[in-house]
Design a protein around this ligand. Structure first.
Ligand code: F58
Length: 791
């Protein structure tokens, strides 16, 4: 075993010999790279140990297949998990560099859209922390989620370029390559069916080690990049056709070029289907190669391999595994199906009909001619085994990926208690009836290392001082804070931490965006993807109504409030983009009103991403979780806020329900209709009109928007929004407005009582321990994967 040198020596060695710079000439990026390599060396030590142990024990391995990993930055994560923070700071101090700036220099790996991708990243960290042998498989997109800029309040998208900056976390594995075919034809000879693809590319592996708490374990995130089998057409080059000469490589790389930025609507694009098959086939080839190296009989697969499908995006794993087993290994079809089902399980993240994946059968058949045959046979077999079944995997000329995933998985899970129950009564009603033991719940969680220890060092320090550091990988220990919450002096310290975090955020906003806000205002934060069902427009309507009220009585003692928004809209989602523009337009008017702006301000921070979330959440007082009940599968931002001491104003939707149960109803600002009431309300004729008539504040706020008060010179700019709200209002913004208003006034009152608020905030922290992704992962291990820890 090689001795680990002190961090300082390691950083300097890497600066000189890996980066090729001396300390006098090194720029910030060089220092970041040198520190990253020094930290990475230690991660690698843990990684090798973990890999060796997995081989020795022959333990069952978990494979997480996900089209998205919203990782964020990795250097701080590594430093925190290896407990190198003080040492790293000392080294950087000595080199006259600010550790914070060095950490912030790292590009954010934004290989995901939102919650689903961030969940995958939290899971990877927790899998390592709990010591479960696992691999994550994904795509190494050259361009992650677009960068968002506002021009006159409107969202403009720019390509994201994380790979154009250096980073230290991936190891290219040119020797690990698999061929991925598309199109072509199928033939059967001597009873054996073969697929002959017309086109092939290679998937090349890039490995990122993911280290868990205290470096006890590290797993691999293996991302695939598209490569041409014959990268260069020399003949074309020799004939002077340089474009054609480079074409094969350019074409192959297209497959891993960009992340699709649509987070809720399913578009049915050919390249997307290619990406899904590319990821899935490469992962399965890798899984089977590893299995074959260690074990003999493919019938043992379910005993040794658990494959989790993160939504239906890798659902082609079912048919592809059956194809490999049946066509290539000659396992009888039904047995191949059983083996595949024994390995596979599927997580559903949405009930929104427009987000449920289905593929046009002619596109699917052209790209994957053998797989569509296999799907038909799986469908027929499933129908035979379940004679009362009425819904097929193929209908309306579409291949239904949800139905396929359900039939090919031994367990199907929802991501919060409410969502799981709704799955049973809505999309999967029939399949649940046929397989009543298949659906299980695994409420989401977040990693406390990133979402408390690293992003909120002041609060983490206060907690550790009170109860020791055991909470970091056993988050339910936070309940030991309860007695401290009764202590007024401790609560004052808790409040001071929040106040410091808010001051830091205010300074950053002033420096970065020239936005000047008073840190003593109530920081009211809604950060998430822009979507009608998440109802950012409900929030801004309330702001308008509140502004009017303050204008009428500026002499009253209002609770000063800063409303912060952050979030991206899918480029083609025009309604969501209109909401962004409206919020920016409203902010411009309200912030410039000298009568009210000491009581109310609105800011929309551009380019919301993981790093911005890490800044905002520790500095938040209030968490906005206001989706139409029944629509948000779980939410995970809601958990991060509660953990960091920001009580929720929210509906009974997704995991809000469970958060409220844990933190206590008196520490949660509940409003709005339940999922059941939502369904009833939609049946009420003119529900929106009735709600508007009943609430003059709402009517006035809508009138202001409609009249062009926020869009001078262009009164019809927001008629699409007002028309929608006065008309169909599918997401029931108007019907929930009055109760939302009431809840917000309760927030005002509660916040004015500093001690009372501190108590509520601290109890949110003390009672959020259950929302650790370590708990979630242990749930998957025992209820779904049958996998154990090797720690
Ligand atoms: C999210 N889904 C849910 N999808 O909306 C959220 O409630 C949940 O907490 C989270 O998953 C984790 O379970 C989500 O983020 C996507 O981004 C998909 C991207 C690819 C296209 C379809 C949506």
């Amino acid at each position: 075993m090689i001795q680990t040198p002190p961090l300082r020596d390691s950083v300097l060695r890497h600066l000189i010999y890996s980066i090729g710079k001396d300390p006098e000439h090194a720029i910030l990026e060089d220092w970041r790279m040198a520190l990253s390599y020094a930290v990475r060396d230690r991660v690698v030590d843990a990684w090798f140990k973990a890999t060796a142990r997995t081989y020795e024990t022959g333990a069952k391995r978990v494979y997480y297949l996900s089209m998205e990993y919203l990782i964020g930055r990795l250097l701080e994560d590594g430093i925190v998990n290896l407990e190198l923070l003080d040492e790293a700071r000392a080294v950087m101090d000595e080199m006259e560099r600010d550790l914070g700036l060095v950490l912030a220099d790292e590009p954010d790996a934004a290989l995901g859209n939102g919650g689903l991708g961030r969940l995958a990243a939290c899971f990877m960290e927790s899998l390592s922390t709990v010591g479960c042998p696992a691999h994550g498989y994904g795509i190494r997109y050259e361009h992650g989620l677009f960068r968002q800029q506002f021009v006159q309040g409107r969202q403009i998208e720019h390509p994201e370029l994380w790979l154009s900056q250096r980073h230290a976390w991936e190891f290219e594995r040119p020797e690990v390559r698999y061929r991925i075919g598309f199109g072509g034809h199928v033939d059967t000879r001597d009873g054996v069916t073969r697929w002959h693809p017309a086109e092939e590319v290679e998937a090349e592996a890039f490995d990122t080690p993911v280290v868990g708490w205290k470096g006890r374990w590290a797993n691999t995130l293996r991302l695939w990049s598209g490569r041409a089998i014959h990268p260069f057409d020399l003949d074309a080059f020799n004939h002077g056709d340089y474009t054609r000469a480079a074409a094969p490589e350019a074409l192959a790389r297209t497959i891993s070029r960009v992340l699709y930025p649509d987070d809720t609507t399913q578009q049915g694009k050919e390249l997307r289907l290619k990406q899904e098959f590319f990821l899935t086939r490469a992962a399965l080839c890798d899984i089977i190669r590893r299995f074959d190296n260690q074990f003999k009989d493919v019938r043992q697969l379910p005993e040794k391999v658990a494959i989790q499908l993160n939504d239906t995006h890798p659902a082609i794993a079912g048919p592809e595994l059956v194809r490999i087993l049946h066509d290539e290994r000659h396992v009888p079809f039904e047995e191949a199906m059983e083996i595949a089902r024994g390995c596979l399980s599927y997580t559903n993240h949405t009930l929104l009909p427009e987000a449920l994946e289905s593929w046009d059968e002619s596109l699917f058949g052209q790209l994957l001619p053998r797989h569509i045959q296999i799907i038909d046979r799986i469908d027929a077999t499933h129908a035979e085994q379940n004679p009362s079944r009425t819904q097929s995997m193929r209908s309306d000329h579409q291949v239904k990926m949800g139905q396929l995933s359900f039939a090919m998985a031994h367990k199907v899970n929802g991501v919060s208690a409410l969502h799981t129950e709704l799955m049973k009564t809505t999309v999967f009603e029939e399949l649940h009836h046929l397989h009543p033991d298949r659906i299980v719940n695994q409420t989401n969680g977040v990693t406390p290392r990133r979402w408390l220890l690293a992003c909120n060092p002041r609060l983490a320090g206060l907690i550790t001082e009170a109860i020791g550091e055991g909470w970091v990988d056993d988050l339910e220990q936070l309940e030991k804070l309860e007695p401290h919450v009764q202590d007024a002096a401790w609560l004052d310290r808790y409040t001071a931490v929040k106040r410091d975090n808010k001051a830091e955020l205010s300074n950053w906003m002033a420096q970065t965006y020239d936005l000047h806000v008073d840190p003593d205002m109530l920081f009211d934060v809604q950060i998430k993807r822009m979507h009608e069902y998440k109802r950012q427009h409900l929030n801004i309507l309330e702001a308008i109504a509140h502004w009017q009220e303050i204008r009428e009585h500026p002499e009253l003692d209002w609770t000063p409030r800063l409303k912060i928004f952050g979030g991206k809209a899918a480029p083609g989602y025009f309604f969501a983009k209109d909401i962004i523009r409206l919020i920016n337009d409203v902010a411009a008017v309200i912030n410039n009103d000298p009568v009210t702006n000491k009581y109310l301000k609105v800011v929309f921070l551009p380019n919301y991403n993981v790093s911005l979330a890490e800044r905002l959440i520790p500095a938040s007082d209030l968490s906005e979780q206001i989706s139409t009940a029944g629509k948000e599968a779980s939410g995970t931002g809601n958990m991060k806020f509660a953990l960091n001491g920001a009580p929720t104003v929210g509906t009974l939707d997704g995991a809000n329900v469970e958060i409220r149960q844990h933190v206590g109803a008196e520490n949660f600002f509940l409003f709005g209709m339940t999922a059941e009431e939502v369904m009833e309300r939609r049946e009420v004729e003119d529900h929106a009109k009735k709600a508007i008539e009943a609430d003059p504040r709402l009517a006035a706020a809508l009138d202001l928007i409609h009249s062009g008060r926020f869009s001078p010179g262009e009164p019809d700019r927001y008629h699409n929004i007002t028309g929608n709200l006065q008309g169909a209002d599918y997401f029931l913004v108007c019907s929930d407005f009055t109760d939302y208003w009431r809840a917000q006034r309760e927030v005002d009152k509660a916040f004015a009582d500093t001690q009372g608020w501190a108590r509520m905030a601290a109890l949110n922290t003390a009672r959020s321990g259950w929302f650790s992704s370590d708990r979630t992962i242990r749930g998957y291990m025992s209820d779904i994967w049958g996998a154990g820890s090797l720690l």
